[in-house]
Design a protein around this ligand. Sequence first.
Ligand SMILES: NC(=O)c1ccc[n+]([C@@H]2O[C@H](COP(=O)([O-])OP(=O)(O)OC[C@H]3O[C@@H](n4cnc5c(N)ncnc54)[C@H](O)[C@@H]3O)[C@@H](O)[C@H]2O)c1
Length: 258
Amino acid sequence: MDATRNGLSGRVAIVTGAGMGMGAATARLFAARGAKVVVSDINTAAAEETAAAIRAEGGAAHVVTCDVAEEDQVAALVAATVAEFGRLDCAVNNAAITPDVLPIADADMAVWDKVIRVDLRSVMLCMKYEIRQFLAQASPGAIVNVGSVSSFRPQPHNAAYVAAKHGVIGLTKTGSLEYAGQNIRVNAVLPGAIDTPMLRHALVQNNFTEEEFAPALSLFNRFGKPEEVAEASAWLCSDASSYVTGHSLAVEGGYLTR
Ligand SMILES: NC(=O)c1ccc[n+]([C@@H]2O[C@H](COP(=O)([O-])OP(=O)(O)OC[C@H]3O[C@@H](n4cnc5c(N)ncnc54)[C@H](O)[C@@H]3O)[C@@H](O)[C@H]2O)c1
């Protein structure tokens, strides 16, 4: 039995959208497990806060500002990772937005385009440059794409987000098929209702409290914690999950079971 297989010691990891919410918790957990973490976000100040927390906890962090919807910025993110830490071993493609709240007949196509760019195109771009780096190193690699329960179960008035998150599963499966031969694993984590700034914003928008909302979204009658999702990504990036690829791991308090 090798007790170190679920660690990330010496691994170099990118986490996108790591300035707050699940991305921040993931970056901190990866660092606590021994990874050198590139803390990336479009919001530099927020990313700096996460990096400062990691360093205060004794970990290694490097901030790279990146809009994941922009190809040149994603290419630069991977290049900056290699410049700082010498290589790339794993990545959590987590950044996303949720602005659309209209039914399909009233959809604003500018909003549609923006959500598809940030929530779907970004995952394709991140995979493209991360996989290129794994191939250049001729080393194994692990990618976790962050989907959602909306990857399987649609919600009304959220067409762009639902379509993008369904697409994340397709990209994950395609990546796993194309690169298994090079020992590159591509999996997805599907959060349910997790207590982050994104969820708090949705509560305010819909005029709901946690007490009213959580029972419909979880068998545990509570929101999940960002750290509970981070655990799944850490396992999928570690050697403990060496026989797992193309999988979607829901961390949703049982929401999808009923
Ligand atoms: N919170 C939930 O309940 C929930 C449920 C299901 C899925 N998710 C998914 O989990 C992931 C993380 O969500 P969260 O709740 O932590 O979100 P959040 O809004 O709390 O944090 C998202 C982070 O992404 C960053 N970001 C936004 N646009 C970006 C861009 N273009 N480039 C780079 N960074 C950008 C933001 O600055 C922010 O730091 C997302 O993929 C989201 O869709 C969240």
